[in-house]
Design a protein. Structure first.
Length: 337
């Protein structure tokens, strides 16, 4: 098992280097001038100012030279300086990453609990109303673009019905809690401010649901299919013949075996949500690395774009590693192989 883990860990740096290389080449081949963000139009016409700016921002020399400098700086923990914020990209990401992680964690909890629950109910009540409604609900979540469902639910639940608050992490007139961890819910709990904690949870519900709705559909479909297959196995019929209750048969015998295929989806969903919540953060003005990525893309902020891609790549590779390890521990056949 340790050899298997070591082999999986060894391939992570080359894969990450490949992601960095491809992203670096794409940003440098875009037919646009990134200095338009940091220089005014008059300065762009001065060759000396442009040359000095290119040297200052690491844009001088050939692409190979630029890439070499970037890799050397990256190995020293330097992701460069943002064209927009004028601060270190690593610091910008460290400031915003907890906001995204809080949103992603809430979304994956909603997706896993909802997906497993709907999948089990749909399998147990196959071809009945519960099955049809569950499949329709998850199909809508999987096929509806997040920007559309986010705007529609924001209009209905916040603007019309006033059931949930609007965009933002807290109400506009409220000060942010003292930063202990960067997670608003945890920081308000540490501070003992229960009212502010509830406000943070209220603002978290809708964007987390929108983000997790699509993943919920994938989990529900896989759990349903696996449950239908497992419920027809001999060991399930044996458990029923021995007099086990239906609840015990479904939860203790069938569900434990049906969850193995869903484990892969859950693992990759964490990385997907971490790097794919750009639209949700932009709609709800969340202030995480998703909105940071939008600003970077609009401004051709090369260092910020690279920093976001690196974080997403690392998250995806780590999630893939943990999923494979978890799958190997959960399935003895894979562990033996």
């Amino acid at each position: 098992m340790w050899k298997y883990i070591a082999r999986r860990v060894i391939v992570i740096p080359p894969l990450l280097l490949g992601v960095v290389t491809v992203t670096f080449l794409i940003t440098r081949l875009i037919p646009a001038n990134p200095l338009a963000t940091v220089l005014n139009p008059r300065s762009l016409g001065d060759k000396q100012i442009v040359a000095a700016a290119m040297e200052h921002w690491g844009l001088g020399g050939t692409i190979v030279q630029q890439f070499g400098r970037y890799i050397v700086n990256l190995l020293h923990g330097d992701m460069g300086t943002s064209f927009v914020t004028k601060g270190p990209v690593a610091s910008d990401i460290a400031l915003r990453l907890p906001f995204t992680l809080e949103l992603v964690f809430a979304a994956i909890v909603i997706a896993v609990v909802g997906g497993i629950g709907i999948g089990v109910l749909a399998a147990v009540r196959q071809n009945k109303f519960t099955d049809t409604f569950g499949r329709l609900f998850t199909l809508i979540g999987s096929s509806t673009p997040q920007y559309w469902s986010g705007l529609v639910l924001l209009l209905i639940l916040s603007t019309r019905l006033h059931l949930l608050p609007g965009p933002g992490q807290l109400y506009p007139q409220v000060y942010a809690p003292h930063r202990y961890t960067g997670f608003y819910v945890i920081d308000t709990l540490i501070s003992g401010n229960w009212q502010l904690c509830w406000q943070a949870i209220e603002h978290l519900i809708l964007p987390a649901f929108i983000l997790g709705w699509g993943v919920m559909g994938s989990i529900a479909r896989i759990v349903r299919a696996s449950m239908l297959d497992v419920l027809n196995q001999d060991f399930v019929r044996t458990a029923r013949a021995k007099g086990a209750s239906e609840m015990s048969v479904v939860l203790r015998h069938a569900l434990r075996n049906a969850l193995l295929p869903a484990l892969t989806i859950v693992g990759f969903s964490v990385a997907y949500l971490l790097s794919g919540d750009v639209l949700v953060e932009d709609i709800f003005q969340w202030g995480g690395i998703g909105s940071y990525a939008v600003t970077a893309a609009e401004s051709l902020d090369y260092p910020a774009i690279m920093g976001v891609v690196i974080v997403g790549g690392v998250a995806f590779l780590i999630a893939s590693l943990l999923t494979d390890i978890g799958y190997a521990f959960a399935d003895p056949q894979i562990r033996v192989a």
